[in-house]
Each structure stands twice: as structure tokens, then as C-alpha cells.
Ligand binder design. Structure first.
Ligand SMILES: NC(=O)c1ccc[n+]([C@@H]2O[C@H](COP(=O)([O-])OP(=O)(O)OC[C@H]3O[C@@H](n4cnc5c(N)ncnc54)[C@H](O)[C@@H]3O)[C@@H](O)[C@H]2O)c1
Length: 256
């Protein structure tokens, strides 16, 4: 393999993907595994995480699963420590786990705001702390990729106030952590997925979806592996000078 090809390989590297038991996370795990990474799936759905890890192993890849609840700091601290003890400091952390239920602003509850931001923003903040500490101690640099949403570009449906706010917080986390981690050669970037027909999107609770996110993108709906391809770029050694950036994988929705 040439040096150039090596720069796009994740062989010998560990990637921790939260929310890898369903939807977009499954696609991210497949694409990173095919690039050679050992995949650790962290999800509150323990059986789903194990099932998806077993599928990767059956396909000839290396994978493991761990139960972590992103809404629970103690679970994050314990799960990260366990995973680091088993596999060492990961090369890449993909903060993908999230909830996307809808609640109209005029009916908004503090409980829904808290639940959404605990999982979508506070969880990634605590995961970044735990994993970046291990990356810094290992001294080999690393990659953090935060999965926000095209909602930040206006790809919204009604009921997304708490959701869009949580993703805005996540995008802010990218900037702040990119600044603090750049001296350790850890890059931090944001990916904005467009609409993907995942179990989470299809079964999201709340008023029926209505708004600009419903416009069909000219390149068709994304699938989970399309999002995985964007994550792969940020995760590769080739992207060593790419940090504090945002990539939208939205099939041309912004052209409509
Ligand atoms: N599907 C879309 O159209 C779309 C668009 C933009 C952004 N996103 C984002 O992509 C990410 C993945 O979404 P998806 O559509 O694949 O959803 P999904 O519901 O199909 O998968 C989400 C995964 O996260 C896990 N999860 C949820 N809460 C958790 C918690 N507290 N602790 C640990 N794991 C938890 C779930 O168990 C599940 O495996 C989310 O952050 C979502 O906001 C999705």
C-alpha cells in the first residue's frame, strides 16, 4: 500500500461510535470497519450494540460493544474506563447517539429540553472529556467527530426547538474543544446529516413533521453509509490538518 493510501486507512486504530446500535451509527460503524478500524459500539441499547458488533465480526472486522447511557455521567465514566482498559485509548470518538423527538414551542416542557440536551449535548461533552484525556495520555493525537444536524442550516420541521438547540450546543462544543485539543494533535469536527430514514427518525414522537426538512433533496435521501463516508474523511490520518470544520452531507437539500 502506498503512503497516500495509508493516509486513508484506519488499520490498527480503534474507533468508538456512540449510538452504533441503530440507524446512522450502524452505517458509520460499517464504513469505519471497512477502512480497517476496530469498532467499539457504545449504546444504551446493550443487546443492539452487541448484535451490531457481532455482525461486524461475522463480516471479518474487529468490534466490541459496551453499554453507556449518554444521559448519565457515571455510566459514561464507567463505560469509557472499561473500554479503554480493554482496547487502549481510541484513535477516534464519534459522538453520534441522539434523540430527535418533537415538541411544539408553544407546548414546550423543561423536561423535554433537559432530556434532549442531556443526551445530545451534555453526553458528548462528557464523552469528549473522558476520551480526550485518554488520547492526550497516549500522546498519539486523535479525532473527535460530532454528529449534529442539517437542522442548523434550516433543515427543520416544527417541534425541533429543543432538538435544534441541542445540536447548536454540540456545534459550539466542536469549536471549544477543537481550540483546547489542537495542541495535542486531536482534531474536532462537526458533521451535519440531512434526512436519513432511520428507526429514530421514523419513530420520533411528537406532532406530525411539517417544515422545510421535508423538501426532497436533488440527490435523494441519504442513507447511513453516506454519513459514514463523511465521518471516515474526518477520521483518517489524511485529515490531520482539518479541525474546527463543519461538513453537511445533505444530498443537495440546500440547493432546493
Ligand atoms: N435520521 C436523521 O434524519 C438525522 C438527521 C440529522 C441528524 N441526525 C442525528 O444522527 C444521530 C443518529 O440518529 P439516527 O437517526 O440514526 O437515530 P436512531 O434512533 O436510529 O439511533 C440512535 C442510537 O442512539 C442510541 N441512544 C439514544 N439515546 C441514548 C443514550 N441516552 N445513551 C446511549 N445511546 C443512546 C439509540 O439506542 C440508538 O441506537 C443523532 O444524533 C441524530 O440527531 C439524524
Amino acid at each position: 500500500m502506498s503512503e497516500h493510501q495509508d493516509a486513508f486507512s484506519l488499520a490498527g486504530r480503534v474507533a468508538l461510535v456512540t449510538g452504533g446500535a441503530s440507524g446512522i451509527g450502524v452505517g458509520i460503524c460499517e464504513v469505519l470497519a471497512e477502512a480497517g478500524a476496530t469498532i467499539i459500539i457504545a449504546d444504551r441499547d446493550e443487546a443492539g450494540a452487541k448484535r451490531e458488533a457481532d455482525k461486524l465480526v461475522a463480516a471479518g472486522h474487529k468490534a466490541d460493544a459496551i453499554m453507556i447511557d449518554m444521559a448519565d455521567e457515571a455510566s459514561i465514566v464507567r463505560g469509557c474506563a472499561e473500554m479503554i482498559a480493554r482496547h487502549g485509548a481510541p484513535w477516534a470518538l464519534v459522538n453520534n447517539a441522539g434523540v430527535q423527538d418533537r415538541e411544539l414551542l408553544l407546548e414546550a416542557t423543561a423536561a423535554e429540553w433537559d432530556r434532549t440536551s442531556d443526551i445530545n449535548a451534555r453526553g458528548p461533552y462528557l464523552m469528549s472529556r473522558e476520551i480526550a484525556r485518554a488520547m492526550v495520555a497516549a500522546g498519539k493525537g486523535g479525532r473527535i467527530i460530532n454528529i449534529a444536524s442539517v437542522a442548523l442550516m434550516g433543515g427543520l420541521v416544527k417541534g425541533h426547538a429543543a432538538y435544534a438547540a441541542s445540536k447548536g450546543a454540540l456545534a459550539g462544543l466542536t469549536r471549544a474543544s477543537a481550540l483546547e485539543l489542537v495542541e495535542h494533535k486531536i482534531t474536532v469536527n462537526t458533521l451535519l446529516p440531512g434526512g436519513v430514514a432511520t428507526p429514530g427518525a421514523i419513530h420520533a414522537k411528537g406532532p406530525s413533521p411539517d417544515g422545510p426538512a421535508h423538501r426532497m433533496p436533488p440527490l435523494g435521501l441519504c442513507d447511513p453509509r453516506d454519513i459514514g463516508a463523511g465521518v471516515l474523511f474526518f477520521a483518517t490520518p489524511a485529515a490531520h490538518r482539518v479541525t474546527n470544520q463543519t461538513l453537511a452531507v445533505e444530498a443537495g437539500w440546500s440547493l432546493t
